[in-house]
Design a protein around this ligand. Structure first.
Ligand code: SF4
Length: 61
């Protein structure tokens, strides 16, 4: 599974807090994908981050 962050991101940081292996809050104040999940553990936390986004800004790419 690959992810992307769309323009709905409000920079709350939840995704980066839940799954820092995949999501990072950038210097621009918005989340960015830094890597694709490479293990089942990270896949699970990335899915959790996606489900936790308050603005549905994380999409499956
Ligand atoms: Fe942006 Fe959603 Fe991540 Fe918050 S959880 S930083 S709104 S992508």
């Amino acid at each position: 599974m690959k992810y992307l962050v769309n323009e709905n991101c409000i920079g709350c940081g939840a995704c980066a807090g839940i799954c820092p292996d995949v999501f990072e809050l950038g210097g621009d104040g918005y989340a960015h994908v830094v890597a694709d999940p490479k293990s089942d553990t990270v896949r699970e936390t990335a899915a959790e981050a996606m489900a936790s986004c308050p603005t549905s800004a994380i999409e499956e790419a």
